[in-house]
Design a protein. Structure first.
Length: 123
């Protein structure tokens, strides 16, 4: 199945994708791809699922595209976002942080009205 047959929604040059990545997050994604030795055609899924202590949980996973996904490029890496998640993630910046508490991806979501203490869910 090709990406064209999936009816993916590509962003035009004058459109802003709903999410952005800091330089640190971009490097962390590229490092993870190298470490995982992913098959060609795999991309990074950014999304949400119900759950977590605040209502929605953030999802980052390496996967193939699904029908109706939005697709954006991140330094030659395909990033897939389903339409429902794109709505809730609009304006979100994904960062990669290192602190005394550990390291990982941090979502800076202007749409979040409440967040949990661990930062992996919002409402």
């Amino acid at each position: 199945m090709t990406e064209k047959s999936l009816n993916l929604n590509e962003f035009e040059d004058d459109e802003l994708p709903p999410i952005s990545f800091t330089d640190q997050a971009t490097e962390a994604v590229k490092d993870a791809i190298l470490a995982e030795k992913l098959d060609p055609g795999m991309g990074l899924r950014v999304g949400l699922r119900g759950g977590g202590c605040a209502g929605f949980q953030y999802v980052l996973d390496f996967t193939k595209a699904q029908p109706n996904d939005f697709i954006m490029k991140l330094d030659n890496v395909n990033v897939y976002i389903d339409p429902m998640s794109a709505t809730h993630l609009e304006g979100t910046t994904i960062d990669y942080v290192t602190s005394l508490m550990g390291m990982g991806f941090k979502f800076i979501n202007p749409n979040a009205t409440k967040t949990c203490g661990c930062g992996s869910s919002f409402g």
